[in-house]
Design a protein around this ligand. Sequence first.
Ligand SMILES: NC(=O)c1ccc[n+]([C@@H]2O[C@H](COP(=O)([O-])OP(=O)(O)OC[C@H]3O[C@@H](n4cnc5c(N)ncnc54)[C@H](OP(=O)(O)O)[C@@H]3O)[C@@H](O)[C@H]2O)c1
Length: 335
Amino acid sequence: MAETNRQLILRNRPKGLLAPGDLELVEAAMPAIQDGQALARVKYLSIDPTMRVWMAHDTYMPAVRPGEVMRAAGLAELAESRHKDFKKGDKVVGLTGMQDYCVIDPAEKRGSFRKVPGIPLLSDTAFLGVLGITGITAYFGMMEIAKPQKGETLVVSAAAGATGSIAGQIGKIHGCRVVGIAGGGEKCKWLTEELGFDAAIDYKQPDWKQQLAAATPKGVDIDYENVGGEIMHEVLGRMNLHGRVVLCGLISGYTKDDPALESFAMVLVKRLRVQGFIVMDYLGRYMEAATHLGKWKMFGKLKDRETIVAGLEKAPEAINMLFTGANIGKMIVSV
Ligand SMILES: NC(=O)c1ccc[n+]([C@@H]2O[C@H](COP(=O)([O-])OP(=O)(O)OC[C@H]3O[C@@H](n4cnc5c(N)ncnc54)[C@H](OP(=O)(O)O)[C@@H]3O)[C@@H](O)[C@H]2O)c1
């Protein structure tokens, strides 16, 4: 086992994208464990847009304070255990933090970890993506809030990302016409040619608004919203009466520290039901989501993709990649 524990420490609250030095790589002493705890080696980190929000201010979780290890979900393998329910070699997912080793203390609620079952044909990283937080976010956003009906039109923004790609495919499984919005031709091609989306709009093209109108001739019944700002404004403008908006994320505002909250006049006029949600409210129903997602994946109805960057020291760069759109599917760092 290593003698020191590399950690990424938050030094400054970023302005815009992360700048060098906002997260500093340090070598700390290896943590010691007490009875009832376990020590785990972090193998993969989930890279999530919400990290940029955690760096900025309190929201549904308190902000990370300068001087603290940067918060992150990850997949870790137990190196040592003094807890009766965990043994060396077990794999777990939970809030590991951006570091090589973390202490697992099941008594601490925020640090609660879930064991990962060894399932043939499933990679460990699937438990951070399609069967992890982003997969179950898409599952509950679609099944509990969107409630897709056959023949309806669903528009998904950030559609080639981890959450959007799964949300759109769940719409297809339920018989919707699915239109994705994503940045660039490669992403759009993946959506239509591999994932079965009916249309994909590259919002970096000057005529994307006309393309969106052409792709949604019967209007939009469900907006699975990951982006906010101008994209959300345009989609809301095409919504049918009594449509549903799954307000999952507003990534276009995260680096501006001014989350885009305009466009709500259209919510009012069109009598739309808009429901914000945080996936943490559904964690108790993880098995329900994982059973459906796993079955759809096994039968080839759901495809997932990962962008994996190697090295803990590359994690700050990986966070920025979410905001420049350099990822397709789930963004992960292999530690
Ligand atoms: N409510 C919840 O509980 C919950 C849980 C998980 C995630 N989320 C939210 O879901 C959304 C997606 O998260 P994810 O983890 O799946 O990330 P992701 O979609 O895999 O990655 C982020 C993507 O957002 C797009 N993007 C970034 N800045 C943009 C901008 N200014 N305009 C348009 N598109 C932009 C980029 O794709 P392009 O190349 O297409 O621009 C990028 O690849 C985020 O808003 C996140 O906060 C919410």
